[in-house]
Design a protein around this ligand. Structure first.
Ligand SMILES: O=P(O)(O)OC[C@H]1O[C@H](OP(=O)(O)O)[C@H](O)[C@@H]1O
Length: 314
């Protein structure tokens, strides 16, 4: 039988488990199960098994920083004890607390973000972000009469998940192809999106196509609001490290049979792009709404990362 950890890693890689927040919570849960399943009493073996488990999860998808942040939160502090039982209990405690804090952050962001959506607004969203949709659903729940444009999100069509949630909630929704975003931007009051990573300079890494939408929004003077739990802020960008943009398999875009007939064609399939801070009005976190320029403060003062924390990684 496959272990929960191996199963979760596989599901994250294949995108059966997807969405930056969910990836982080499922990784936390898998680390907890793994810790509970290890029957070794030797603390050295226990630590090394857990570090290997963390590495397996980290190798699944490279962009969403919620994943390394979750792994780091759960595995940090393991070295403080030489009692395997105590280490296990610490991991279980931190995993439970991470999952609880994540769920409550999603709810809190929904409440804060909904205040920025007014009665009568037309909202555009891209991809399938639980937190971004949470803001839209909460605005609707408050009785605001809103309408949504939701993009298709080629090649994985996450837009289908989004329109299902919006439709189930009774929200009037227009489903559009990704390339129609600029065409409709004149009708949109606010773009509401999620993120996989926020860098120290306030850039937002999100599903491919986001930066084009933000550019069109900027041109049309339409506001862009990003919903982001604080564990989506990328500490290593403090050291100048860049976020790795995942490039997924070409078969997601073009079937191998069709591709085989065109040997001179290469499919490029980046899953994310980067939207600079100047195209973003506001980032809504569970700690409140902030301008993107405050990302540095979130990473350094709120999350408590210091540049010397990375000294031994040089
Ligand atoms: O955490 P939440 O807000 O749900 O999702 C955040 C982001 O994660 C998704 O990535 P993918 O579909 O896993 O590649 C999308 O880019 C989405 O905007």
């Amino acid at each position: 039988m496959k272990s929960v950890l191996a199963d979760t890693a596989l599901k994250i890689k294949s995108m059966e488990i997807r969405g930056a927040g969910k990836i982080a919570r499922e990784a936390a849960s898998a680390l907890k199960s793994h810790a509970e399943s290890l029957d070794t009493q030797n603390s050295g073996n226990f630590l090394s098994e857990m570090r290997t488990a963390g590495d397996i999860l980290l190798k699944t998808r490279p962009t969403a920083v919620s994943l390394p942040n979750a792994v780091n939160i759960i595995l940090s502090g393991m070295d403080g004890s030489d009692d395997a039982g105590e280490i296990r209990a610490g991991i279980v405690r931190r995993a439970d607390s991470f999952i609880e804090r994540s769920n409550s952050a999603v709810r809190r962001i929904g409440e804060i973000g909904a205040r920025r959506i007014s009665d009568g607004d037309v909202v555009l969203t891209h991809c399938n972000s639980q937190v971004a949709i949470g803001c839209i659903l909460e605005a609707h729940r408050q009785g605001k009469d809103i309408e949504v444009f939701a993009t298709e999100v080629r090649p994985r069509n996450q837009g289908l998940l989004t329109i299902k949630s919006l439709s189930d909630a009774g929200i009037k929704t227009s489903f559009i192809v990704d390339s129609a975003a600029r065409y409709f931007m004149k009708d949109v009051d606010i773009v509401v999106i999620g993120t996989d990573a926020v860098t120290v300079n306030g850039s937002v890494v999100n599903k491919i196509g986001t930066s084009q939408i933000a550019l069109a929004a900027h041109e049309a003077r339409t506001r862009v609001m990003v919903a982001a739990e604080t564990y989506k802020f990328a500490p290593k960008t403090l050291t100048g490290e860049l976020i790795q943009i995942e490039e997924r398999d070409s078969s997601e875009v073009l079937s191998p049979e069709i591709a085989a007939a065109m040997p001179n064609v290469t499919v490029r399939n980046p899953a994310f792009d980067i939207t600079p801070a100047e195209y973003i009005d506001l980032i809504v976190t569970e700690e409140g709404a902030i301008p993107p320029e405050m990302a540095y403060i979130i990473i350094k003062d709120y999350l408590g990362w210091k540049i010397r924390d990375f000294d031994n990684e040089r």
